[in-house]
Design a protein around this ligand. Sequence first.
Ligand code: C5P
Length: 326
Amino acid sequence: MTRRSIDDVSDDVADQRSGAGESAPVTVRVPAKVNLHLGVGELRPDGFHELTTVFQAVSLYDEILVEPARRLTVEVIGDGAEGVPRGDENLAVQAARAVAALAGRAPGVRITIRKGIPVAGGMAGGSADAAAALVACDALWGAGLDRASLARLAAGLGSDVPFALRGGNALGTGRGERLSPVLGRGNYHWVFALADGGLSTPGVYQELDRQRAGERAPEPARPDGVMAALRAGDPVALGRALANDLQPAALALRPQLRRVLDAGRELGAVGSIVCGSGPTVALLARGPGDAINLAAVLAGMDVCRAVRRAAGPVVGARVHATEPGP
Ligand code: C5P
């Protein structure tokens, strides 16, 4: 369950600039996201698709602990930790390096990631860890970066990282990294069906391109229904308006997800949708009591690996008082 890697920064360089021992550990808590609307347009020359998406941050959290250290190390604990990349592919490692470079110091830090967000589940867990590492390293090193600087670093790390920093509800355009506010009210009660194994995000986008081969790529669909439901604070309208252009591609790669979507409808969820590129499935309940019942019955149905309840919207990556446990 534990993975660790040590980078190649030499002790000499780290000793010069790291200031190991200079400050207290920092813990940052960061939420998962669900795409209430995911309209996918054309494949751009840079390899990303043009998107129109509405994000909601939900209360499934990763916790990132950063401690002063001479070298950059990362340890991952919790559910699915063995599937998290170590070394430079880990977005939290890239985030620590980015903050260090901007602050003009060596990236000496020991990072511990405690996973609560499904790994490779379509809920932006890796992006969340990057956003949390930006906030945590900034605080640990007293770098004093403002929100705009952190947001610029976030956009360079991945399409979903700026949203994980911000949280709430937001409209994402471009490749998903350009955010604007969404007028919304209400708390929404979700049940997430976790799958065995993950799906590769690039693989799901490629499957969509394959399905669309020969057709002219559409403009990304507009999220009018989701925006109206959020303005009204109406979970039933939101459930009806949920839309995800990646869902047919995720279902083609993982046909058994259809059973979870069907179960959601049978059990009275007001909406059921694949989260982002999947394979997690999100079921929207009418209210908190319905979510408890839905989660209990779904857990007994043998259509998914595990069931989690969460509410949204919640704030993005924030310094948290307590340190993660073992
Ligand atoms: O930005 P991020 O690193 O999360 O994207 C992972 C992969 O998902 C990209 O390399 C790309 O294959 C795909 N993607 C895409 N269009 C987007 C976002 C992601 O094709 N707007």
